[in-house]
Ligand binder design. Structure first.
Ligand code: SF4
Ligand code: SF4
Length: 662
């Protein structure tokens, strides 16, 4: 059922893609075959169609042979549809007269039999040649881009992206769910491999964020809804009550001293539970904003209503408001950067390492606080019973590279284990053992840091630790933790008695990653980290235009990589803002009003909330800017009132006909 129209002149081009396609598909045979199909005026093969000479070949033919339809058989349209559309347009032809056939991912890469792969390529090519005859000239629509940006997550990635954009003169909303920005980096003592003091390099940036006139910082806040499309998002943010009027509080901390609890009693989250806080508290001395908050779960006033509110009485700025309610803000932004980070692996899920069972088994984050001069012990390394450890074992890959927990490599644990080995040695002089599977040090200066550690009298034992226990079998082992490991260097099982065990926990997707994914309509990879559009060519883009990702929410990464990625995300947002507008794909659905019976079935089906109902007319209509061209409504409309550009019935039917009928 190819279109009967002598005016149609098709140019067909097949790409070798080096050996990627030509190794499995007989491209010459497909070229010759296509040349014999109706309306094909030119049929050519070329080594790399996406190269400049390949594109020029198409443009030259369009002009020379007056071609008005183009079919390119090559790789995925995700990669090069834009390349060939642009080449087509450059030659003066409407870009939507071009159709791509994916004979790489859909054919050569998934087959080994050359004859069958060639046959399949011919079928796919024939289908495209049938359908392209029905293509119509379409125009992309342009919408303006709101220059304001929202960044979700105030760790080092969010801070970097916010400052980059704000310094470029853009208005930024930085939304952080914790009461302070800083993220995990604020908890670290030193950073590898340079051993910079983490706070010294981070806190100036935190205060730059707070004081920047272009940044609105909303800490203790969460995004509850997002509507709109690239360039024009409407975001609803819920600000949780601190029970303190943020603008009034100057962080003098008089209220904490005056609190009815004379002693701190509740788990201090910032110190990983190694110290205590009061119900009115500040997360840490350099918290930004430097504003106290009340934890209603532990505050007597909220629990019984019988507190004299000595904290509020001590505040000479009248900053207390026990009746504060969640505050809802709505803002309009053009682009969004998600930098929501990770969560550390919970070692309770690997009970054989004894975390939670033996008090002197610690996580690496707990040790970060323990060796920190501003931590719960002022940097003194002592066990939970207050003793100075004489020997410490650091177990690598806890919750990473492990079939039983997480299969992926968490990328940072080797290096931070080396760093902690150095710091623990420095602070305690203890005998330090590192238990590792492989040592992975793939960063600038990382291998050198490893070499340095090898000369610091730290022991390295290669082998996955089987278990940590307190089952002493000799006098020497009594009162110690026993690390049982197969030393694969010498092929023996060893038992190493130590006073303290450090679990180098891996990185997992944040615990709210799935909620955020749903709110922002983006995808996650198998592990649950946010999915980038292309791992190499578009590492900070998501599949939703105008929404970018940065930092460990995209996958485990260290601080330099997070900072670099945040810069890239900010640059991509800037590119959109400075262009001033974005072009929208025209593959959208549209409703023929006369046929719409007003049943509204389509409205509930649309995953992008692109369809609204006009009660006056009793008809539905589609917002082209919101429509993503998924086709769900087209399929669901019982009245046959919805159609979709580039997927008109005749285009689809002729494609099916083409693939089935020789
Ligand atoms: S709430 Fe009042 S007393 Fe407490 S830190 Fe803020 S200004 Fe000081
Ligand atoms: S094509 Fe998909 S996105 Fe567009 S209106 Fe229909 S259901 Fe919504």
């Amino acid at each position: 059922m190819i279109k009967k129209n002598d005016e149609i002149k098709i140019g067909f081009y097949i790409c070798h893609c080096g050996h990627n396609i030509a190794g499995t598909v007989d491209v010459v045979a497909v070229t010759e075959y296509a040349a014999r199909l109706p309306y094909v005026t030119v049929s050519r093969d070329y080594k790399y169609m996406c190269s400049d000479p390949g594109q020029e070949l198409i443009q030259k033919d369009i002009k020379e042979f007056n071609l008005n339809r183009i079919v390119v058989a090559s790789c995925s349209p995700l990669l090069h549809e834009n390349t060939f559309r642009t080449a087509t347009a450059k030659a003066g032809l409407n870009q939507f007269y071009m159709q791509m056939v994916n004979i790489r991912e859909n054919d050569s890469w998934v087959h080994t039999d050359k004859d069958m792969a060639t046959l399949k390529a011919k079928d796919l090519v024939r289908a495209a040649i049938h359908r392209v005859a029905y293509h119509k000239a379409l125009e992309k629509k342009s919408v303006p881009v709101n220059p304001d940006v929202m960044i979700l997550g105030g760790g080092i990635s969010g801070i970097t992206a916010a400052l980059t954009l704000a310094n470029a003169g853009k208005k930024v909303y930085l939304v952080e769910k914790e009461p302070t920005i800083g993220g995990y980096m604020a908890k670290f003592d030193k950073t590898f491999p340079t051993l910079d003091c983490a706070a010294c390099i981070l806190t100036p940036k935190m205060s730059a964020v707070k004081n920047h006139p272009n940044i609105t910082l909303w800490s203790y806040s969460e995004v509850s809804n997002v509507e709109g499309y690239v360039g024009n998002y409407k975001v609803t943010v819920t600000r949780k009550p601190r029970y303190i009027i943020e603008d009034q509080c100057v962080g003098c901390l008089a209220c904490i001293d005056a609190c009815i609890f004379k002693e701190a009693k509740f788990k201090d989250e910032f110190n990983e539970g190694l110290s205590k806080r009061k119900p009115v508290y500040i997360p840490f001395p350099q918290a930004t904003p430097l504003v106290v908050l009340i934890d209603p779960a532990t505050c007597i006033h909220f629990k019984t209503g019988k507190c004299p509110q000595s904290c509020a009485k001590a505040c000479d700025r009248n900053a207390f408001d026990f009746n504060q309610k969640p505050e809802v803000k709505e803002v309009e932004v053009g682009t969004i950067i998600l930098s929501t980070g990770f969560q550390p692996f919970d070692p309770h899920k690997a009970p054989y390492y004894g975390y939670g069972k033996y008090p002197n088994v610690y996580t690496s984050l707990e040790i970060e606080r323990l060796v920190n001069a501003s931590g719960p012990t002022d940097g003194h390394v002592v066990t939970r019973d207050g003793k100075e450890p004489k020997s410490i074992g650091i177990i690598h890959c806890v919750g990473s590279r492990d079939e039983k927990t997480n299969k992926w490599c968490s990328r940072v644990c080797c290096m931070y284990s080396l760093k902690l080995a150095h710091l623990l040695k420095e602070h305690s002089g203890a005998e330090i053992y590192n238990f590792y599977i492989d040592m992975r040090t793939p960063g600038k200066g990382y291998e050198e840091f490893y070499d340095k550690l090898l000369n610091e009298d730290v022991h390295f034992i290669r082998g996955r630790v089987a278990e940590v226990s307190d089952w002493a079998i000799s006098k020497d082992e009594e009162g110690k933790l026993l690390i049982r490991v197969e030393d694969t260097m010498i092929g023996v099982v060893r038992r190493i008695p130590v006073d303290m065990v450090v679990l180098a926990v891996g990185l997992e997707p944040g615990k709210d990653a799935q909620d955020i994914r749903r709110i922002f309509n983006i995808s996650c990879s198998n592990e649950g980290f946010f999915l980038e559009r292309h791992p190499k060519l578009a590492p900070v883009h998501t599949f939703t235009d105008g929404i970018f990702i940065a930092g460990a929410c995209q996958g485990p990464k260290d601080i330099p990589d997070s900072v670099a990625q945040a810069g890239a995300a900010a640059a991509e947002a800037l590119a959109l803002i400075d262009a001033g507008h974005v072009e929208l794909e025209p593959n959208t659905a549209y409703i023929i009003e006369e046929r719409c019976c007003g049943c509204q079935v389509c409205i509930n089906m649309c995953p992008y909330k692109a369809i609204t109902f006009n009660a006056e007319k009793s008809k539905s209509s589609i917002n082209e800017a919101l429509c993503k061209g998924c086709g769900t409504c087209v399929a669901s409309c019982g009245s046959g009132a919805i159609f979709q550009n580039l997927f008109d019935d005749e285009e689809i039917l002729s494609e099916i006909h083409g693939v089935l009928v020789e």
